[in-house]
Design a binder for this molecule. Structure first.
Ligand code: FAD
Length: 474
């Protein structure tokens, strides 16, 4: 191997499978790394670790993936001794080769030479009446309650939406002894049956999915496919779920909590802030960071894992390693081309599986068209579907950022991370434009909510002053 030309400083954001595999390879080549992540412990979303004092075994926490979880945690324990780790630290801005952090030591800037973002994904939500009631959770949120805190979100829980996480989380709740009142999938049996041939490229994953489905069905829990959600009912808390069956009959089921979601969406705000090109992925109807196939997304900018393309944990590990190879190559190292080719080969297979999986669980965006006017779409700013419809009719915004400027969806604390895709779908539906033409909400700092007093701590340079003014104004 050739000598390192310059000791560059590499910043890695994330501590999930993608970031850890990248850090492992970079560390093994003697690189200087700072790894920043917002959790207290490593593992990311799938391999999230329980808090101190909790003593559940890996098998109970991670089920079929417990060996992978243990391997990844062990890797991190070795690697962290040779790198700088900033835990409990949020990266809330990126600008001119510096990351803006907020953590236990307050606000700091971190200069870097190369940046790898491996920031994962979050639940994709489609609003419906009642979704802001206490007791309504996302699927991922309900899983975090169980995995992290060993809590059920309610005494009588309904799961609905679509995607692999729907089946996995419902299975985990039933297995943990929680009372589940029903599992309702918006995707039809036939969409899954048709896609199953394509899913044969990953037999293990297909078998796992089928196991969860038959476990749910055999456990006596109410189960239906091809449903249309109508309402999460309740006055002060969730008290029931109303939906239409595939045959068109309306049903109401009592419950005191619901968890819902429609797959995942990449957390891509950091590369966006740094000018990475975003492209529309028509199958999942999400925007994702464009890269060269090896994780290069711009000058000194690299991306990996679900934050780039939703692919699951195994893909995240591989793309993390691939991005690390790209970093090493760009720094003048000789890299193992056979290993790179091997990773590319596996990623090709996994991508065929993912295409079939997405076809099995299509995102039911047509539901947005049928939403009653009074449904809240942007919960940060309390903007209803009706307000958005009348703004579109009266002012004719032609893209999503203009709609945001006119009536504020996506203007609040979450910066549109939750409502942005649905607001864009609504705009596309109301104007008859293709969704790609409606565009995406521009990423804007702070990309995650910051405590108010942080404004006062902001560094006193020009950018800091500008951001401070903006925060104080908002
Ligand atoms: C809530 C949730 C639950 C999931 N559960 C499962 C499951 O049970 N089984 C399964 O197969 N798949 C699950 N998935 C999908 C799975 O987590 C991913 O496919 C996989 O973990 C992707 O790995 P990653 O390294 O790309 O990102 P992740 O594992 O998601 O890790 C992202 C990392 O980035 C950090 N981060 C993000 N933004 C910032 C920021 N601004 N500043 C600092 N740090 C940041 C986070 O702290 C985290 O460490 C889940 C996804 C979600 C969102």
């Amino acid at each position: 191997m050739s000598a390192v030309k310059k000791q560059e400083h590499i910043a890695v954001v994330g501590a999930g499978p993608a970031a850890i595999r990248a850090a492992e390879l970079l560390h093994s080549k003697g690189c200087t790394i700072t790894l920043i992540h917002e959790g207290p412990k490593s593992g990311g979303n799938i391999y999230k670790q329980q808090p101190e004092g909790f003593v559940r075994k890996a098998d109970e926490l991670y089920g079929s993936e417990s060996q992978k979880a243990k391997a990844l945690h062990q890797t991190f324990d070795v690697v962290k001794a040779g790198i700088t780790v900033c835990s409990d630290t949020t990266v809330w801005n990126a600008w001119r080769s510096e990351l803006y952090l907020h953590g236990p030591d307050g606000v700091k800037k971190l200069p870097y030479d190369r940046l790898l973002t491996a920031t994962g994904a979050m639940d994709r939500v489609i609003p419906l009446p009642g979704w802001t009631l206490p007791g309504a959770f996302t699927l991922g949120g309900s899983q975090i309650a169980l995995k992290h805190q060993a809590c059920s979100i309610g005494r009588n829980v309904i799961f609905f939406g679509t995607g692999p996480l729907l089946y996995l989380v419902a299975y985990q709740y039933i297995k943990a002894g929680a009372h589940v009142a029903g599992v309702f999938d918006t995707s039809s049996f036939w969409s899954k049956a048709k896609a199953s041939m394509g899913m044969l490229t990953d037999i293990r994953a297909l078998r796992l999915g089928m196991r969860y489905r038959s476990y749910i069905k055999s456990s006596g829990v109410a189960f239906a496919e091809g449903i249309t959600p109508l309402e999460i009912s309740g006055e002060e808390n969730v008290s029931g779920f109303r939906f239409k069956t595939a045959a068109g009959a309306e049903q109401f089921i009592d419950c005191d909590a619901v968890a819902f979601g429609y797959g995942l969406k990449p957390e891509s705000q950091l590369p966006e802030l740094l000018g990475a090109k975003m492209t529309f992925e028509p199958q999942q109807r999400v925007w994702q960071v464009e890269h060269d196939g090896n994780g290069r997304a711009g000058n000194g900018l690299y991306v990996a894992g679900d934050g780039t393309t939703i692919g699951g944990a195994d893909v995240a590990e591989l793309t993390g390693e691939l991005a690390a190879f790209s970093i090493l190559k760009d720094m003048g190292h000789t890299i193992d081309q056979d290993r790179v080719a091997g990773i590319q080969h596996v990623l090709g297979q996994k991508s065929r599986f993912r295409t079939a999986l997405n076809a099995a669980f299509p995102v039911p965006v047509e539901q947005i068209k049928a939403l009653p006017d009074e449904t809240i779409l942007c919960r940060c700013e309390n903007i209803t579907v009706g307000e958005i419809r009348s703004t579109i009719k009266d002012l004719g915004p032609h893209e999503i950022n203009q709609l945001k400027a006119y009536c504020r969806p996506g203007m609040g604390r979450c910066q549109g991370r939750i409502c942005g895709l649905s607001a864009a779908e609504l705009l596309a539906q109301e104007t008859g434009k293709p969704i790609e033409e409606v565009g995406l909400l521009r990423g804007q700092a702070p990309i995650k909510p910051l405590p108010y007093d942080v404004a006062a701590e902001l560094v006193e340079d020009e950018l800091g002053k500008a951001i401070k003014e903006e925060l104080l104004r908002g």
